[in-house]
Design a protein around this ligand. Structure first.
Ligand code: COA
Length: 150
């Protein structure tokens, strides 16, 4: 862990969408549109949070909580800030946030080709419980991963 730079995690608002979409477009082949992100700001089950490094928006996470279950819908770190432990720190923050609200399990889907994300999830304790065949771009499987938070 670098530990040198000041980080903050705060709730997203409409002013963040432009920069979030920039990072999204740098991160995915089939990115979410601005409308998807706007919707998450008013979705009652959604928690949309921004990671700031030295006051610069460097990443985001969106997760949904349904009583005792949570689902990570989206997470990305700007390419300039990758591989410096921020993705892991953001995920660990999500686990803590969910635990405090009585969430017992957290799940997500990841493209089988996304080795960076898969390594991050394995390292943070997720296990594969299933897959959706050819879910991404009609070619690549989505691996379904879960982690117990208790
Ligand atoms: C996946 C992502 C969020 C990881 O963020 P990050 O800040 O770079 O991750 P971290 O620095 O916390 O990495 C933690 C661990 O994950 C693994 N990891 C992360 N990136 C990796 C890479 N490119 N290759 C191999 N392992 C990687 C490593 O085990 C790493 O630990 P280490 O650096 O001590 O070896 C980031 O790569 C990203 O935004 N990717 C594009 C969006 C995306 O794929 N989101 C996930 C969708 S399911």
């Amino acid at each position: 862990m670098e530990g040198q730079e000041r980080i903050g995690i705060r709730r997203a608002d409409a002013k963040d969408i432009r920069r979030v979409v920039e990072i999204e477009n740098l991160s995915f082949n089939t990115p979410w549109t601005p409308g998807f992100f706007k919707h998450e700001l008013s979705n009652p089950v959604s928690y949309f949070y921004i990671l700031e490094i030295q006051d610069k928006l460097a990443g985001y996470v969106i997760f949904w909580i349904f009583k005792s279950e949570a689902h990570v819908a989206n997470i990305a770190i700007h390419p300039e800030y990758r591989r410096k432990s921020y993705g892991g720190q953001l995920l660990n923050w999500v686990f803590q946030f969910c635990r405090k609200r009585g969430v017992e399990t957290i799940s997500l889907e990841v493209n089988e080709m996304n080795s960076a994300a898969l390594q991050l999830y394995t390292k943070t304790g997720f296990k594969q419980v299933g897959k959706r065949v050819k879910y991404y771009e009609h070619r690549y499987d989505a691996l379904i991963l879960t982690k117990t938070l208790l």
